[in-house]
Structure formats: C-alpha cells, structure tokens
Ligand binder design. Structure first.
Ligand code: GDP
Length: 471
C-alpha cells in the first residue's frame, strides 16, 4: 500500500473484479456504506476504501460505478470541519457530502462518465466543480461503455471539452481497464513523489512542540539546536509564531522541529480580543496537524490544566504519535525515584487519553535529558508507521478472543471475528471483519485494543480499530 504523504491515514487503491472484496458496514454518522478490499495491480498491492461513488450519479452511471468499483482514496481521520463545510457550501447540489469528504482527501479522483449517453449537464457541473476546487489534484476521466476500440476513441473525444483527458474504457468487457489501472498506479506514485517508498524513507519526521506559554518550549528547542533561535523571555506568550527548524540528531537522523506559540487558557484567549491568543491556539492545532510526533510540554511544578487535556485530545484525534515532556524538572526539590513515580501517576491520571505516550523528564535550563525527547520521538514515530504482519495480527486477535470471547447477547448471539487486516499506518489502523459489529460492546473493543497493545506493542502512537460487519 502506498501512503499519501499529505494525508497520514489514507488508503489508496482500486478494487478490481478479481480482487478480494469485503463488504463492510459504515461508521455511525456516515451516510453511505463503503467497500474495503485488498487488490493488486502488477507488483503493487493496494488496500482500498470505496466510498460507493464519488458523486450522485444518474442511474446508468451509478451502475458503472458498481461494475467498475473504482474509487477515490479516503482518509480515515476527519478533515477540518471548516474546510469540509466550505467545500460543501461550494458544491453543486447533486454531489453528496460524503463524496466531498472523500474528494477532499483523495490522492486521485476518478471521474466516470457514460460514453454512450455523451456529455450530460451533470458531467459539466461536476467537472466545473472539480476544476474550480481541486485543480491541484489528479482527476482521471474514464469514459465508460466504450466497448468497441475504434468507436470508443471517437466517443471519448467528445469529452475533451470537460477539461480532462478522456480515457475510453468498458467496464463490462474490460477494454481499457488495464490502461486505467496503470494510470491510477502512476498517478498514485506521483502523489508520493517518483517512488513512494523512497519518498517515505526520505521523509523527515516533523516534531511539534506544543504546550501552554512559558512551559519552556522555546528553551527546549534552543537547548537542542544549540543556538538562540527564538526569543526566550520570562513573559508569558512572548514566542508567538510557529517556527520550523531543521535538526540533525547525534545519530545523524534529521528532523523538522516545529515550535509553536503557547496555548493560552480559553478565558485569556477571549479576553485578549481573540487576536494573538486565538491565533496561537489555531497555530498549535495546525502544528499538530503538520506533525508526525507531538512533544506535549508541561511544566513540572505547574498543574495539568483543561487546556493541556484539550491538546491531548487533539493529538489523539489527529492520530499523531506523542511524547509527554515534563520540563523544568530542575525545579522539583529533593528528587528521588519516588518523585518520578508520583509525578507519573498524576500525569497518567490527568492525561488518561494519552496513556500510551512515554514521558520524558528534562530541564531545558541545564540541558538535562533534552536529547531524550528526540530519541523518544524517533521511537514513537517508528511505531506509528509500523506494519504488523497479517498472520501475527490474526494470531494476536485469535488469542485475545480465545482468552476472553465476546459475551453472548440476550438473544444468544455472539460476535465473531473472521479476519483482521492492517489497513493503514500513521496511525496504525486495523480493520476487524466481523459477523455483526453491534455484537461487540465498547468494553470489548477497549479490551481488544489493550490486547493488541500488550501483545504487539505500538507504544507512543494511537491505534485505530475499525469493526466492520460482513453482509
Ligand atoms: P515557552 O513560552 O513555552 O516557549 O517558554 P520559554 O522557553 O519562553 O520559557 C519560559 C521561561 O521558563 C523562561 O524564563 C525560561 O528561562 C524558563 N525555563 C525554560 N525551561 C526551563 C527549565 O528547564 N528550568 C527552569 N528552571 N526554567 C526554565
């Protein structure tokens, strides 16, 4: 599977007729069902989510989508609501919200038209919408129902006026579908750079330093980088802008360090007239989005606040790896082993949502343990992009079920897991194909996540378990 660098949890691909198709039900709140499937083309393997149609198509076109089952790529974590709502506001009425969400995050958009019907008004509207809003994305225009090669070329020619190069295909007899797949693969690779794997290997992990003002984010960065790269001041909120710094660790590994402005308590944000304060909150959230790992900095002597918790929630929601950094450790008097244990208990209690994140205790002032933040970040970043072998994964799940089977419902039904696959990395995302997702309670789902963590690791990164009913 290729991973789109612009979208951390994106599934790419194509379900072809011969590929394994597994039909699954949708997440609550999503209007359409999706198809998940593993597919191959040449030496490329793809995991796919089919949104069940990019657009609300006319009946014949919907049929084509069924036949061809071509998909856009779909991220599993949400896109910014504002972006989505703006896009929804711009979209023509016939395009579904669900489709907008898919197109927003897609690496390649496949726009299927009916070659026998010729251009219809909906095609023009959709192509205008795509060109207006998604000019930076690759749109492949597939002209279906072009059964005859010669006639098909002529049929496809008509569609040039939509502004994309038309590719004649026939979903029923397979004409042109190989070329279409080649093109899809090529375009997917392009979005990854020339070679997706190489790109992945060369990608410099980004570590965002976030936390309330004055906890010592800039001081930590200065201690790491070894120069006064941002103004450090005892006045709360002095460092306002997010600053990116290239950093080479002692072992030669490169990182991008993202320094953010302090996150003010909400009250302060409101009283500050929502200028610099609210901007800095937004910047911090943006920095989290841009990052692979978040170093959540808290101050040893200060309490963990609601604001810290909100940031923690955001980190989890965005699926980012995390290291909790307890700075100003030098200010704790008479430290011993117990102070660390005691402090850790407090942090775990108050930041339960990040119970998987390692804690680093450091002092930016005297430089103690600051480099541990980088080594911890490197570790959690690896975990976030780790792929677990299918057989190991299934073994872990099988053993978890054997140890504690899902309880029977009152009606005597019992949940049953057929198979499990890792659908994505960044964060690791597992799809459990089951008889009926409703038969697995929240408690059982939490148990399974815990089991997966205890048996297969993944420290420092959120993991996602998706339960899909087979129909
Ligand atoms: P930021 O707003 O989170 O970027 O915090 P700064 O880096 O600007 O630091 C705020 C204040 O805390 C400055 O006066 C720093 O000298 C001080 N400070 C930062 N790190 C430490 C530390 O490890 N120990 C102590 N004692 N003071 C620190």
């Amino acid at each position: 599977m290729l991973v789109n660098p612009r979208c951390s949890t994106v599934l790419l691909g194509y379900v072809n007729h011969q590929g394994n198709r597994a039909i699954v039900v949708d997440e609550p709140g999503v209007t359409r069902d999706r198809l998940y499937g593993r597919s191959y083309w040449g030496d490329q393997e793809f995991m796919v989510i089919d949104t069940g149609g990019v657009i609300t198509l006319s009946k014949s076109q919907a049929g084509v989508m069924e036949e061809l089952a071509v998909t856009t790529t779909v991220g599993m974590d949400g896109i910014p609501l504002a972006t989505r709502e703006a896009a929804i506001a711009r979209m023509p009425s016939m395009i579904e919200k669900q489709a907008v969400a898919a197109v927003e995050e897609a690496a390649v958009i496949l726009f299927v038209v009916d070659g026998q019907a010729g251009i219809v008004a909906a095609d023009i509207e959709i192509s205008d919408w795509l060109r207006r809003n998604y000019s930076e994305k690759c749109v492949i225009l597939a002209v279906n129902k072009c059964e005859s090669p010669q006639k098909g070329q002529m049929q496809a020619l008509d569609f040039w006026s939509l502004g994309f190069s038309p590719l004649p295909i026939s979903a029923i007899i397979g004409t042109g579908t190989g070329d279409l797949l080649d093109l899809v693969c090529l375009e997917l690779k392009k979005t990854e750079g020339l070679d997706g794997i190489e790109e992945e290997e060369n990608k410099v992990p980004a570590i965002a330093f976030v936390g309330r003002p004055n906890v010592g984010k800039s001081s930590i960065l200065n201690a790491l980088v070894g120069e006064d790269r941002t103004i450090v001041s005892p006045v709360s909120g002095t460092t306002r802008d997010a600053i990116d710094t290239e950093f080479t660790a002692a072992d030669g590994e490169k990182y991008k360090l993202i320094d953010t402005a302090g996150i003010r308590p909400r009250a302060a944000v409101i009283s500050a007239g929502s200028t610099t304060g609210s901007l800095s909150v937004k910047r911090a959230f943006r920095a989290i989005r841009r990052s692979d790992v978040v170093a959540l900095v808290i101050e040893a002597m200060a309490c963990i606040t609601e604001q810290d918790y909100k940031v923690a929630e955001r980190i989890e929601k965005e699926g980012k790896a995390c290291v909790i950094v307890v700075n100003k450790w030098d200010t704790i008097p008479n430290k011993n082993h117990e102070s660390t244990t005691h402090y850790e208990q407090d942090v775990r209690e108050k930041l339960r949502i990040l119970d998987w994140a390692p804690i680093v205790y450091c002092s930016a002032t005297n430089g103690t343990s600051v480099e541990k933040i980088i080594s911890a970040a490197a570790l959690v970043e690896k975990e976030r992009s780790r792929r677990l072998g299918t057989s190991i994964l299934n073994q872990v799940v099988r053993e978890a079920i054997a140890f504690k089977p899902p309880p029977r419902t009152r009606g005597g039904k019992r949940g049953c897991v057929y198979c499990t696959t890792q659908a994505a990395v960044g964060p690791p995302t597992f799809v459990l194909f089951v008889n009926d997702a409703k038969l697995f309670s929240d408690t059982y789902r939490r148990y399974m996540e815990k089991k997966l963590r205890s048996d297969a690791g993944f420290p420092g990164t959120p993991i996602r378990l998706l339960w899909r009913s087979r129909r």
